[in-house]
Design a protein around this ligand. Structure first.
Ligand SMILES: Nc1nc2c(ncn2[C@@H]2O[C@H](COP(=O)(O)OP(=O)(O)OP(=O)(O)O)[C@@H](O)[C@H]2O)c(=O)[nH]1
Ligand SMILES: [Zn+2]
Length: 378
């Protein structure tokens, strides 16, 4: 009835247990006792637990335990019942879903479990809408290629996005085989990523791959520009060619967007990995991510003489002092201010949206109360 899911045999547990219970084969996709507990009411309503591994145009592929065989399989399911107009709350790769196998005309996603984390970016262009890239991620791997001088501003932007998601970021500097001074570059990147592990790897020689593997239990998502080698590393970690890899353009090493969907795969040693298409534009969608990515600046600001210091020309400004003696690079300060401005803009837009929504709701309530002949109490 369904396609067998392509799960490495070593990550199968016994399939004798009930579908969706702890110890079930779904553990290979991250299923835990805690999730089973959360899912209990949905199970009571006849839904089957599943992890969404790929989403496209109103449908998704979801991995679940086939109630007939007790084995993992992939089903195609309609995601429209959980809504597809809202790009944040719609079904997303990594979501845990309650699937209605009896739905007609096709299997449907009837409910989503609350997410532990979500990577959300602002959509490209002038709109202030958010879009969820991956859900329930424990570690975000920020991939940047050593083939070109790393763009620290871009890495800081990805770090803010990752911190904001609630997952833990790790920076992965790829294609180490192409440079001699990887350690030197790593030190630069570390200064732009306080408190974050920065790894140097090569899919070509295998350098650093074991360390990377050890850093990613649970659910991991790869983000980064196109062509930095995310799919190649995904294949190395998966031990198989699960993702298509682009042919290099020898001249500039720039990417051409080979990966077009976000795809979740189970890894042979346990854990799951989500490879995402290269991100050209990564707008921030507000929140605390910027503050967390620039924790060093927040710490400096705490030593300013005035607690509301604007770090412009105030006396006793620790930020200005750090800029003057070079401990805080001008580049990093500018990068912080730019991302902060972007965040503020989004915050003002979302406040405006919320205000509009509140007004609409209030009007609707007043209207219905009047229609019912009652008085409005607040
Ligand atoms: N020299 C070298 N080349 C690599 C390495 N990893 C990947 N490449 C090459 O870099 C190019 C891009 O790799 P991909 O894995 O397709 O890049 P991607 O980040 O997945 O790109 P998108 O799918 O478009 O987001 C390919 O030609 C790879 O062969 C590496 O470790 N060393
Ligand atoms: Zn200051």
């Amino acid at each position: 009835m369904f396609n067998a899911a392509s799960v490495p045999s070593s990550s199968f547990s016994s399939s004798s247990s009930l579908p969706g219970t702890p110890g079930s084969p779904l553990a290979a996709y991250g299923w835990t006792d805690e999730l089973a507990e959360q899912f209990a009411p949905l199970a009571g309503a006849g839904l089957t637990p599943a992890r969404i591994v790929r989403v496209d145009r109103g449908q998704c592929d979801a991995v679940l335990v086939d109630p007939e065989t007790g084995e993992l399989c992939t089903v195609r399911a309609d995601t429209r019942p959980v809504g597809d107009a809202d790009m944040i709350n719609c079904a997303c790769t990594g979501d845990w879903a309650g699937v209605d196998l009896a739905a007609r005309p096709m299997t449907a996603v009837a409910a989503l479990l609350p997410r532990s984390t979500a990577i959300i970016r602002k959509v490209a262009g002038k709109r202030s809408d958010g879009q969820v890239l991956a859900a329930n991620v424990d570690t975000v791997l920020i991939a940047a290629s050593l083939a070109a001088e790393p763009d620290l501003g871009r890495i800081e932007r990805f770090l803010a996005l990752a911190w904001e998601s609630g997952a833990e970021p790790v920076v992965v500097l790829t294609k180490a085989d192409l440079v001699h001074d990887a350690e030197f570059i790593r030190a630069d990147v570390e200064a732009a990523a306080p408190g974050v592990t920065v790894l140097v790897v090569s899919a070509e020689t295998g350098e650093g791959v074991d360390v990377l593997r050890a850093c990613i239990p649970g659910t991991t998502a790869f983000i980064g520009q196109s062509g930095v080698g995310k799919s190649t590393l995904t294949n190395v970690l998966a031990g198989a060619d699960v993702m298509a890899v682009q042919q290099a353009r020898a001249v500039d090493q720039k990417g051409r967007h080979t990966t077009t969907t976000r795809e979740l795969i189970a890894l042979p040693g346990g854990g799951v990995l989500i490879d995402t298409p290269g991100l050209r534009e990564v707008g921030l969608y507000g929140g605390e991510g910027v503050a967390l990515a620039f924790a060093d600046i927040a710490e400096l600001a705490e030593s300013c003489r005035f607690h509301d210091c604007g770090h412009e020309s105030e006396p006793g400004c620790a930020v200005r002092e750090a800029l003057a003696d070079g401990t805080l690079p001008e580049r990093r300060w500018e990068s912080y201010r730019k991302l902060q401005r972007e965040n503020d803009w989004i915050a003002s837009r979302s406040d405006a949206r919320l205000a509009t929504a509140r007004v609409k709701k209030w009007k609707a309530i007043t209207k219905s109360m009047r229609a019912a002949g009652g008085t409005v109490k607040w």
